[in-house]
Write a protein that binds this ligand. Structure first.
Ligand SMILES: O=C(O)C1=C[C@@H](OP(=O)(O)O)[C@@H](O)[C@H](O)C1
Ligand SMILES: C=C(OP(=O)(O)O)C(=O)O
Length: 448
């Protein structure tokens, strides 16, 4: 998202039944990776279903700056002609990753073992987020980061001249850190090993294998051990991006909450490392059927049929499930507020370092809407009563998921719910407004 984009105030009103087919955009995590691996391959990569959200467009621009040819053929249909592992050119301009943690962190990994320098920046949200979690392991390969105190952007990364392979245990459950280390390992000789005590989304591992890397994943007492053989020849592939389960979460939860609704969301990824929200919603009593399960492009997908679910009850989400639903806690907290009883979200401190501190952003906005809750550094507890008064303007804090969550709340709260700025929605779900309107949701822009 551009650093100075104009705020778009929005409001959502109580809506009648939602109905229809919600074709949500392509998966954001897979879209970033398809562009980056395409750029690191020899030959042409053909991507269909690419998410054309601002975060991914910023990654496409960055891949061009590192020397790849990236072309948009039609909507969602992109071609990348890569430069091969170790073939990145030194960019002549600052790489602006906008609002995207995934973009900047994976790209830093991808260039860290090539002897070039690049300077990275982002918007006001991204420039507050921690980058030491990336630059620390990249230093083990021989890369050097020079930047602001506290490991914040803007920073310059100087890639290793003679990279060495690394064995690294993740200090926090982060697919971005895991992926940065694996992408750096691509241009290091020998084996790079990442150990993740708690499993996180595995799209990088799946896709590296698909592009021709030798990668082994074994479960051990220490956790998941991922071993990558360095300096492979990656070759361009066809990648069909499945629809994003994190974006699907918004129409799905809206349909569960709005009386009389019934919607279908086709072709959504059901990768087990992304499935925590759906498991949780079913435990709460949601009516979701997973139809036509199939495999598309190496990812399991299904069509979701979702119905209004009147008897939702509070649940506890255990810490070990948090990574598989890390981006879905904001919308889960809306469902929890509308359920009967208490929902406890455990092991969620990573939410504090997302586009915003998502525990604080949800807690303050929900309180303003009349919801009772408690938070600790690592938990969020919501006392649901089956109804939310609403009637507040909530801050979205440059965070797309916070903005969309409060707008879904407005569809069922007694009084309308507004957000001060819906502009960040374009980072991950550019068609959110027409898609929700097409289902019958009353979400509007208001005069600033
Ligand atoms: O690897 C990825 O594509 C992502 C990993 C997660 O971040 P962390 O790795 O920081 O948990 C997630 O929140 C983000 O939206 C996408
Ligand atoms: C955390 C998110 O993205 P990123 O870290 O890529 O900014 C998200 O999309 O919810």
């Amino acid at each position: 998202m551009s650093a100075h984009s104009t705020p778009i105030p929005m409001i959502a009103h109580k809506s009648g039944p939602l109905a229809g087919v919600a074709e949500v955009p392509g998966d954001k995590s897979i879209s970033h990776r398809a562009l980056i691996l395409g750029a690191l391959s020899v030959g042409e990569t053909h991507i269909t279903g690419l998410l054309e959200g601002e975060d991914v467009i910023d990654t496409a621009k960055a891949m061009r700056a590192f020397g790849a040819t990236v072309t948009r053929v039609a909507e969602g249909d992109w071609r990348v002609n890569g430069v091969g592992v170790g073939g990145f050119a030194e960019p002549t301009q600052v790489i602006d990753c906008g609002n995207s943690g995934t973009g900047v962190r994976l790209i830093m990994g991808a260039m860290a073992t090539t002897p070039i320098a690049a300077t990275f920046t982002g918007d006001a949200s991204l420039n507050k987020r921690p980058m030491g979690r990336i630059t620390d392991p990249l230093a083990l390969f021989g890369a050097r980061a020079v930047g602001r105190a506290g490991g914040r952007l803007p920073l310059t990364l100087v890639g290793a001249v003679d990279p060495v392979p690394v064995r690294y245990t993740l200090p926090m459950p982060s697919a971005q850190v895991k992926s940065a280390v694996l992408l750096a390992g691509l241009n290091a000789p020998g084996e790079t090993v990442v150990i993740e005590p708690e499993p996180t989304r595995d799209h990088t591992e799946r896709m590296l294998r698909g592009f021709g890397a030798e990668i082994d994943v074994t479960d051990s007492a220490e956790g998941r051990v991922i071993t990558l053989k360095g300096q492979p020849d990656l070759t361009g592939q066809s990648v069909a991006v499945p629809r994003d389960p994190s974006s699907a979460a918004f129409p799905v939860c809206a349909a569960i909450l709005v009386p009389g609704s019934e919607i279908t969301v086709p072709g959504v990824s059901r990768n087990p490392t992304r499935d925590g929200l759906y498991i949780t919603l079913i435990e709460m009593g949601a009516d979701i059927a997973f139809e036509n399960p199939r495999d598309e492009g190496g990812e399991p997908v299904a069509d979701l049929r979702v119905k209004y679910s009147p008897a939702l009850k509070g649940v506890t989400t255990p810490a070990e499930r948090a990574a598989s639903m890390i981006d879905e806690f904001p919308i889960l907290s809306v469902v929890a507020a509308m359920a009967q009883g208490t929902t406890v979200m455990q092991g969620v401190k990573e939410l504090r370092v997302k586009e915003s501190d998502r525990i604080d952003a949800m807690a303050r906005g929900l309180e303003a809407c009349g919801v009772t809750l408690e938070e600790t550094e690592d938990t969020l507890t919501i006392h649901g009563t089956g109804a939310v008064p609403g009637g507040a303007v909530c801050e979205s804090r440059l965070d797309h998921r916070i903005a969309m969550s409060f707008l879904v709340l407005g569809l069922v709260a007694d009084q309308p719910v507004a957000v001060d700025d819906g502009a960040p929605i374009a980072t991950s779900f550019p068609v959110f407004e027409p898609l929700m309107a097409g289902l019958g949701a009353r979400i509007e822009r208001t005069a600033p």
